[in-house]
Design a protein around this ligand. Structure first.
Ligand code: SF4
Length: 231
């Protein structure tokens, strides 16, 4: 596994759990607002220090009984060929696992679910399907993204979430997303952070006021069991 970061304690990344978050290197998307650019931009990746897997597992062993789980985020974790083996090793240490994904690799998600390797998945919804070309260039991306949403919806616990970015998202987009994902368990609208973005122009974009996110949330709410704003 290519690991590029470790947050040793989080009370918010894994809902209801005390966890650590590990960051994987590399992504197949190019979201201009991405604030983990050091894990995505090829030039920055070269300069970014890696964490040896052994160090990560030594850390986990020290935290047994103190942490409930591990969040695996990125970058895009499903790009790493040894992700299933990595998760198995985490599970052998009796930690729950949450996976963050952009949903571009449904076949990997399907495999992880079949092997019961993940306890919670959070999938980024970059926008309504018709806007995905702004974030990824794979020809079959729409089909794959939709397939991933279908797979994830079979899980007992999961969430979909969108980072609302001025210039990329408008009010109508949240209705389109809600209609697409209607009946899903949880949908969150997240505040955009204008810091170290992949496209530097986005560092100067002013985030939507929180009240605007609440308005977007009101539009989407009737379509989900839980729909909330994260600021
Ligand atoms: S926001 Fe996520 S999916 Fe988009 S480029 Fe960054 S790591 Fe990749």
């Amino acid at each position: 596994m290519l690991l590029g970061g470790l947050q040793k304690l989080t009370l918010i990344d894994f809902p209801g759990r005390v966890a650590a978050t590990v960051f994987t290197i590399g992504c197949n998307f190019f979201c201009p607002f991405c604030y983990n650019s050091e894990l995505v931009d090829a030039k920055k990746i070269k300069k970014h220090p890696q964490i040896p897997e052994e160090d990560f597992f030594n850390f986990l062993k020290e935290r047994q009984g103190m942490l409930d789980g591990v969040c695996i985020t990125g970058g895009e974790p499903t790009l790493q060929a040894d992700l299933p083996e990595f998760i198995k090793k985490i599970k052998e240490l009796r930690f729950l696992v949450k996976l963050d994904t952009n949903g571009a690799r449904p076949e990997i998600l399907s495999d992880l679910l079949e092997q019961k390797l993940v306890d919670y998945i959070a999938m980024d919804i970059k926008g309504p399907l018709e806007k995905y070309h702004k974030f990824a260039d794979a020809a079959d991306i729409l089909e794959k993204i939709h397939q991933s949403t279908q797979i994830i919806r079979q899980m007992p616990d999961y969430e979909f979430r969108t980072t609302a970015v001025p210039s990329l998202h408008e009010k109508e987009d949240f209705l389109s997303i809600a209609r697409w994902l209607e009946g899903a368990k949880k949908y969150y609208i997240q505040q955009f952070k204008a810091e170290k973005t992949l496209d530097s122009a986005y560092s100067s974009i002013k985030p939507y006021p929180d009240e605007q996110l609440v308005e977007f949330c009101q539009i989407a709410k009737p379509y989900f069991e839980i729909c909330e704003v994260r600021v």
